[in-house]
Design a binder for this molecule. Structure first.
Ligand code: A3P
Length: 347
């Protein structure tokens, strides 16, 4: 049930979210293991992808090291705020999460931080330090930091809708969700490059491909992940906004307007005339984000350490063609076509 706890951290009168790292002291907060939950919640099924153990939680594959945290989060650990609802960004990894974080943060915080301001948080913080990944905070037991974030809270998750707290999943809380999906062929190529850039145990492209096809990749099966959010967005478009990476690439300005409208902060005529939308698009562009010192040098620590620069690569649609045969591409497309059949979702 949504409660008002945390609402004492008053909403900042239209000023939008505060960057996570500006609001809390992550390093000063010791990590603690999440409370152990019944083993029954985690099925005995396990797969190992080159040293990384994945376990099955409610039909989805989750890192072994994250499972207890995910269960704790779902069982009420993440308490949605009532008066000023939270905004949760959801995605499978490598679907454009970093970009969405930047766009949503810049749009929602534009009153406090005009996008052209030289000291904008996105010019000194990685987008992941502006918008926290709740799954990883629960995994390392730093979830209490979420209580310190002033409203409106802007947060993210890689979990499917059914692994979120019940009131978020069923729509009875005031939480709004923005989901981004991506062509799975490009996504898996991106996963493969990301692993290489971070010196993770070698996983061939074929292994990544197979894990997507047979549903055993992290947060997979991917079709169920996408379908849950797709159906929720069809049932209640005011609660769940469903975006596609490829469409954002084509029309970033329209996406920014859509985001603003969805979170109840549409652009005024004055803002339109002042080209604020274009400023946000420019601030969040791959070129601009990649060129920031913090994104060239920093490290993100979510149990595994990832370099900030590894989140920015080509940022295009269709790169899979440089890595896969057309036959492999068609095979994955046909699996997805089958799984998504009748839903109206095409990717
Ligand atoms: P590629 O590896 O295909 O280039 P995530 O943020 O979910 O981890 O996804 C990373 C993917 O999004 C990478 O894709 C990355 O290059 C791309 N990306 C990151 N920032 C972007 C931006 N500002 N604009 C477009 N694409 C971006």
């Amino acid at each position: 049930m949504a409660n008002t706890e945390g609402d004492h951290l008053a909403a900042r009168d239209g000023e939008g979210p505060v960057a996570f790292k500006d609001a809390v002291d992550v390093e000063a907060t010791p990590a603690r293991p999440p409370t152990a939950h019944t083993a029954a919640a985690v099925s005995a099924a396990r797969v190992t992808l080159q040293g990384q153990q994945l376990v099955r939680v409610n039909g989805y594959w989750v890192f072994d090291s994250w499972a207890q945290g995910v269960i704790a989060m779902r069982r009420g650990g993440l308490v949605p705020r009532a008066t000023v609802g939270d905004v949760l960004l959801a995605s499978l990894p490598k679907s454009g999460t970093t970009w969405l974080k930047a766009l949503a943060f810049a749009t929602m915080a534009r009153r406090a931080w005009p996008p052209a301001s030289p000291d904008h948080p996105l010019r000194r913080l990685n987008p992941h330090d502006c918008v926290p990944l709740v799954d990883s905070l629960f995994a390392v037991g730093r979830d209490k930091l979420l209580d310190e974030l002033p409203s409106p809270r802007l947060m993210s998750t890689h979990m499917p809708l059914s692994l979120l707290p019940a009131t978020v999943a069923d729509g009875s809380s005031n939480t709004k969700i923005i989901y981004i999906c991506r062509d799975q062929k490009d996504r898996l190529v991106s996963v493969w490059h990301f692993r290489k850039r971070n010196d993770l145990p070698d996983l061939s492209l074929q292994e990544v491909y197979e894990s997507v096809c047979n549903g055993t990749c992290f947060a997979g099966p991917v079709w169920d992940h996408m379908l849950e959010y797709w159906r929720a967005s069809n049932a209640d478009p005011g609660r769940v906004l469903f975006l596609k990476y490829e469409e954002v690439l084509q029309h970033p300005g329209n996406t920014v307007r859509k985001l603003a409208h969805f979170v109840g902060q549409p652009f005024s005529n004055t803002e339109e005339e002042a080209d604020v939308v274009a400023e946000i698009v420019k601030l969040c562009s791959l070129e601009n984000l990649r060129s920031q010192k913090v994104n060239k040098e920093g490290i993100r620590d979510v149990i595994i350490k990832f370099s900030h620069d590894s989140y920015f690569r080509k940022g295009m649609a269709g790169d899979w063609r440089n890595h896969m045969t057309p036959e492999l591409g068609e095979h994955l497309d046909s699996i997805l076509c089958d799984k998504l059949d009748g839903s109206g979702l095409t990717i």
